[in-house]
Design a protein around this ligand. Structure first.
Ligand SMILES: Nc1ncnc2c1ncn2[C@@H]1O[C@H](COP(=O)(O)OP(=O)(O)OP(=O)(O)O)[C@@H](O)[C@H]1O
Ligand SMILES: [Mg+2]
Ligand SMILES: [Zn+2]
Length: 323
């Protein structure tokens, strides 16, 4: 699937990362040998260490003693090599293998378990393919501020926040949960959608976040032959039906047309039938939604989605005034 390409990119890069670190170290060692005959000589001896130990081990008597003396010699050469490099103005460990992650040596795994470095990269790949990489950095559960809401609005948003957090933290593929965020401009709908996306991506699910305008444009491009298929032969719109969690922001901002209406019906209906979770936010009131969309759309939205009504004073304006 297209939105997984970034994931695959990361996994692919990890397959060769460990080897590349070793190759880069070997290239640096070769550079030193070309420049300094002393290093070439020392490396020639060091490169025979394993063979010398093996033949000493099978030589009959005094094996331990022979092995020890080889190891001592090797340690002395290594020490001399480091000192030589420092004297020539190089870091002593110039030709050592340098892993980005010393814990897993850039393999991505430790004792068969995924290393935290790989997990982190996959999460970033998830953010990137979700479409909200930048938003996620500044809009998440941690910096959601309740003080912008007063009186009943504050209680209301606390409930919505709790429901959103629960939605994110208990998200699984096995249970369809849908949210419909309704409310005026600047009340935190996008902020909470993004917050949910981050948590769900961190749990390893495929999340797609897109504005309604872009979603419909993708369907339109496809319809009029302007869309390109990805390497797996899928159109961009396939992700809206396939992903684990779809977030459509700003429903109602798109142009009103029969085409858009049937595309919307297609997405909503397909996702309900395949029991995949969706979050939709809109500025439209429930009345406006009933006017604008057909009954088969609104009955699905109001019947299968938990409706969260956002109330309060435009936080964008509040922030401007506070500046
Ligand atoms: N509770 C909050 N704490 C801190 N910042 C917030 C909060 N809610 C919203 N914001 C910020 O205020 C701005 C507007 O919020 P947001 O984009 O979520 O509104 P919205 O409800 O999606 O509005 P619109 O309907 O216009 O899309 C954003 O910059 C957002 O980060
Ligand atoms: Mg918004
Ligand atoms: Zn690691």
């Amino acid at each position: 699937m297209a939105y997984n390409e970034k994931y695959e990119e990361v996994l692919k890069r990890y397959q060769s990362k460990n080897l590349e670190a070793k190759n880069a170290a070997e290239a640096r060692a070769q550079e030193l040998r070309n420049k300094f005959p002393e290093i070439a000589e020392m490396d020639a001896i060091l490169s025979k260490t394993a063979i010398r130990i093996i033949s000493a081990s099978s030589s009959g008597d005094n094996v331990q003693q022979k092995v020890n003396s080889i190891l001592e010699e090797v340690a002395a050469i290594n020490e001399a090599r480091t000192a030589f490099l420092i004297e020539k103005g190089y870091p002593g460990d110039y030709s050592d293998v340098k892993y980005e992650c010393p814990i897993c040596k850039d393999t991505g795994y430790v004792d068969g378990k995924m290393c935290s470095c790989l997990k982190k990269e996959l999460a970033v790949a998830g953010y990137q393919s979700s479409g909200i990489y930048k938003l996620i950095q500044k809009e998440n559960f941690d910096n959601f501020d309740f003080s912008y809401y007063t009186g009943d609005d504050r209680n209301n948003i606390e409930n919505i926040y709790a429901a959103s957090k629960d939605f994110a933290e208990t998200f699984t593929k096995n249970e369809m949960k849908n949210l419909l965020f309704i409310g005026g401009t600047g009340l935190g709908k996008t902020h909470l959608s993004t917050s949910i996306a981050k948590v769900v991506i961190d749990k390893g699910f495929d999340v797609v976040y897109e504005t309604a305008q872009k979603v419909f444009k993708d369907y339109e491009d496809e319809r009029f032959g302007r869309a390109q298929k990805n390497t797996e032969g899928e159109y961009p719109s396939a992700k809206y039906e396939d992903c684990d969690l779809l977030i459509i922001d700003d429903l109602g901002a798109e142009m009103q047309s029969q085409f858009n209406s049937s595309a919307l019906y297609g997405i909503i209906n397909t996702r309900i039938n395949s029991e995949k979770s969706t979050i939709i936010s809109t500025n439209l009131t429930q009345g406006e939604m009933l006017d604008r969309y057909s009954d088969r759309i609104t009955s699905r939205l109001l019947g299968n989605y938990s409706v969260c009504l956002f109330k309060g004073k435009d936080i964008r304006m509040q922030k401007l005034k506070n500046q």
